[in-house]
Design a protein around this ligand. Sequence first.
Ligand SMILES: NC(=O)c1ccc[n+]([C@@H]2O[C@H](COP(=O)([O-])OP(=O)(O)OC[C@H]3O[C@@H](n4cnc5c(N)ncnc54)[C@H](O)[C@@H]3O)[C@@H](O)[C@H]2O)c1
Length: 253
Amino acid sequence: MRLADKAVVVTGAAHGIGRAYAERLAADGAKVALLDIDAKRNEEIADGICKKGGQAMALATDVRDFAKFKSAVDRAAQAFGKLTGIVNNAGMLNVVPITRCKFEDIPDAEWDESFRLNTKSAWYGCKAAVPHLRANKGGSIVNIGSSTIFRGVPTRAHYVAAKSALIGFNRTIARELGDDNIRVNLVCPGSTLSEENPSPDTVKMREDVIKTRALKRLEVPTDLVGTIVFLQSDDSAFITGQTFLVDGGSAFH
Ligand SMILES: NC(=O)c1ccc[n+]([C@@H]2O[C@H](COP(=O)([O-])OP(=O)(O)OC[C@H]3O[C@@H](n4cnc5c(N)ncnc54)[C@H](O)[C@@H]3O)[C@@H](O)[C@H]2O)c1
């Protein structure tokens, strides 16, 4: 199997796109630690992976709290005997919703929370994972941005700003970690139907983006998993500091 020698942490793995990442990484042979604030659902998803023959463990954590995040990553590395990668996927969207309004009206606390959950948590994840990746003599960090960075989407300035910051962060730490053979890349999903029980309005909102795409259909979580597997595999061993836009050709960069 392609990822048989890999051990990967996925944050925000209990729902939506993160769940799809965890399930596919495990299906391709990786040992996967699922980290999520929704402890019950996280256990259920990890159990489901194990029942299908995969190797998975659920660890409840809040990625906004460095001590808790680090402790969960340490436990995963200890249980698996090593860590080869992390996917910092937890962020705002459905479970932690975004207030959609003009930039002047964004609540002050929500601006800060957007940077805390979408940006600072990625920094925490990198700090927690890097000692283990160094011990492994290399590894792969994937942070998750958004195609909104390249399109500019009205009513979401705090979310787009927080995700945009990850481009510069990634490029900088890719250079800092190159000598350790640790790669750092950013994956930017397009508007993805990740809601588990979407309302008709949500489906319409996701469908409205279709006309902007070269590939004219809905984006679903499984559209993103191949890129994550590639970046966690040795096939991407010479790729770092890059931004991958996986949105069916809506934006180009
Ligand atoms: N769905 C889209 O259209 C889309 C587009 C671009 C980018 N993204 C990004 O992709 C990622 C996943 O999106 P999604 O649609 O699956 O979102 P989602 O809201 O459905 O899932 C987010 C997951 O993160 C977990 N989480 C939330 N806060 C947490 C915390 N403090 N600590 C630990 N876990 C926490 C949630 O429990 C959930 O499992 C997010 O970073 C999102 O911003 C999504």
